[in-house]
Design a protein around this ligand. Sequence first.
Ligand code: HXC
Length: 516
Amino acid sequence: MNNQESVQRHREKRAVMLQGGGEKRVKAQHEKGKLTARERIDLLLDSGTFIEHQPYIMVRSTDFGMDKKKFPGDGVVSGSGKVNSRQVFLFAQDFTVLGGSLGEMHAERIAEVQMLAAKNGTPFIQINDSGGARIQEGILSLHGYGKIFKANAISSGVVPQFSLILGPCAGGAVYSPAITDFTLMVDGVSNMYITGPEVIKAVTGEEISHEALGGAQAHCVNSGNAHFRFKSEQELMIFLRKLLSYLPSNNLELPPVSDTGDPADRETPDLLHLLPDQPKKPYDIRDFISEIFDRNSFLEVHAEYAANVVVGFAKLNGRTVGIFANQPKVLAAVLDINSADKAARFLRFCDAFNIPIISLVDVPGFLPGISQEHGGIIRHGAKILYAIAEATVPKISLIIRKAYGGAYIAMASKALGYDRVLAYPTAEIAVMGAEGAANIIFRRDIKAAENPEQKKQEKIAEFKETVMTPFIAAGYGMVDDIIEPKYSRIELIRSLEMNIRKREDRPSKKHGNIPL
Ligand code: HXC
């Protein structure tokens, strides 16, 4: 073979590789409303930046006649590229080749880009569309998963990791996305489950469709396994590009600062009117978020799960911050098991990637109830305390209204580690609400009174004035300042800027043991 022929052979082989499973299977993929692996990569990356890694990898297994057929790329396309001009490593499973199933060499290809992402300190993005462990390759396939899970775990907190579920993701395959930081799904396209509907029917007799069991809604609303859902793959990719623009590439970098065009001295007078005069009247904390933070910069995380807390990224004077807020509109903003899990995981992401935390506080406490107690609210609630205490990023808290009990400590306590705590004049800070407190400590007085109801109201008022006003907390230095709602944005920017160079050490240890 002369040189020209060698080059020609290379071209032919590459052309075959680029076709994936061939025209018929690509058509079938499109008919299912799905893009191919290469189309997905092109959609996500800046145009022309994709560099494929190890494209010639092939199956080593010879069982079941595997050596007699060609499996381009071994069912996965991997490599590096740029998003918003910043480098990422990624892979996309190719369902048109052996159903994207994961065999030995497929796993090797994935592990290679995982390692490169960690070594280069770039975000890692995986696009899952696979029938799971390649049945023909048995233990080699399971070994491959083990390798991937380990790389996911070791990269955790080093580079941001994203899972895009764009097809089936079944069996043990789901554990890689579960270890990554954010999981994104598309309605009607994505499915995740440990065992599918057929197995469930055989074992428990329950009947359910693939979509209802493991679709985007099931995981974004019910299980909390996924963080974002979209109507189309295009929409998902646009969002992911935006999300990446808020984040640093790795744990040693600071998040990018952008010019959002929103003035740092903008007052927020509407907040006074958004906050109802009646303490029990609900309102939407997201209205506060959009007023305070840079216009249109809020990216809510886990929006449909445990909506009694709101978490997400926003820009404050161009800097990325992580918001941890109570939502009075849902369950009167109490903290419960699911919201504690949601908040703690988000807070730990922020801390790992140098993103300051801002708490917006209006919380009556942790949810009472047998199911919460027996479900482990003690352990789950402790996750927030642990995450805040552990975090060394700047931590700022703004108490809007209620800050009671353990929930106050979690969201606004300087003792736990908040660097600056601000409060509105409307703040109520106490061990518990005034009515409950009066019923306990003034029970005898109330019972003995001629008009017990009138006495109770008097005692409630007395309790509020004696222990609950922000002036008392500020007198102890536990609230740094009391601010008017119209200065919320200005004061939070000032608080952030004054703490942005913060350094805080912790004793060296192997790792902590967060209550899981
Ligand atoms: C080998 C597989 C495969 C697999 C699919 N294929 N899954 N090959 N190993 N796990 C092949 C099919 O044989 C078929 O090849 C092609 O991929 C497309 O699959 P279809 O079934 O035609 O596609 P569709 O109808 O869309 O159904 C997709 C599917 C289904 C729902 C994913 O293929 C399926 O149920 N697959 C098995 C899923 C599964 O049980 N996986 C193992 C999970 S356990 P041909 O050549 O016929 O077109 C697991 C343990 C991992 O993963 C543990 C790790 C810790």
